[in-house]
Ligand binder design. Structure first.
Ligand code: GLP
Length: 237
């Protein structure tokens, strides 16, 4: 059963998530962090940055990336991670990886799995959750055993993410994402969610049936999960 922490707001959640990351990095200065994009983890990065910790040896693996955006596109998750995480936290840019960032897309999934394995696995994976219940970009129907691979985005997720693009048509149709199996191999999962729009996804992930229709429910298979939610996101629990 996940440990569920209900907080006042996203700022308080960020402090608690940053505490977990700080404990890890103090014990293991070259820890491997799983990095999420989206608006949810922003307060975590801000809280962590405020502590002035030495993160210069921390290694990072992003959860997911769009497929089909031109290199350097400001909304590619590579650009978002560089801007919102690497620059904010002072992570070593060469040690932060994004799926599909090296080599051909055909082998990018396997290559990413090998890189995570070679790094010794992910110590702490930060997760948001989509309104479809997706974690990373593992949309409904994703196998709990899935590894990093190319996927099609659902219409709902494309609409949800259209706010970052000039129009819905400009939102990519495909992505590459760590699989649910990849995520479950991380040693500690920290899932954050805020707002009423996430209440159903959070309830399904934390205490709904284990089902690929709600990919976030895979977290119930993990022995060490911390779920940090505000009251609105917790309202379905
Ligand atoms: C996006 C990302 C996910 C993220 C989720 C929630 O599509 N691929 O990794 O967790 O949707 O986004 P937000 O945190 O902005 O609500």
């Amino acid at each position: 059963m996940a440990e569920v922490v209900i907080v006042r707001d996203a700022e308080e959640a960020g402090v608690i998530a940053a505490d977990a990351i700080e404990r890890l990095v103090r014990a293991t200065p070259d820890a491997v962090l799983g990095l999420a994009t989206g608006s949810t983890p922003l307060t975590t990065w801000a809280a962590l940055a405020a502590r002035g910790l030495d993160l210069s040896r921390v290694r990072g693996f992003a959860l997911d990336e769009y497929v089909g955006l031109p290199p350097g596109h400001p909304e590619s998750y590579r650009a978002v991670i560089d801007r919102e995480v690497v620059a904010t936290l002072g992570l070593p840019p060469g040690l932060v990886h994004v799926p599909g960032d090296s080599g051909p897309i055909e082998t990018a999934g396997d290559d990413y799995e090998k890189a995570i394995h070679a790094a010794g696995g992910i110590d702490l994976q930060v997760l948001g959750i989509g309104r479809t219940g997706h974690i990373g970009f593992n949309e409904p129907g994703s196998s709990f055993a899935s590894l990093t691979r190319v996927k099609t985005l659902t219409e709902q997720t494309r609409r949800d993410n259209a706010r970052f693009f000039p129009s819905l048509d400009a939102v990519p149709t495909h992505c590459i994402t760590q699989g649910l199996g990849t995520i479950l191999r991380a040693r500690h999962l920290v899932l954050l969610a805020f707002g009423e729009g996430k209440a159903d996804a959070v309830a399904g992930a934390v205490e709904g049936p284990l089902t690929s229709s709600l990919p976030g429910s895979a977290i119930q298979l993990h022995p060490r999960v911390t779920v940090i939610v505000d009251e609105a996101a917790a309202s379905g629990l």
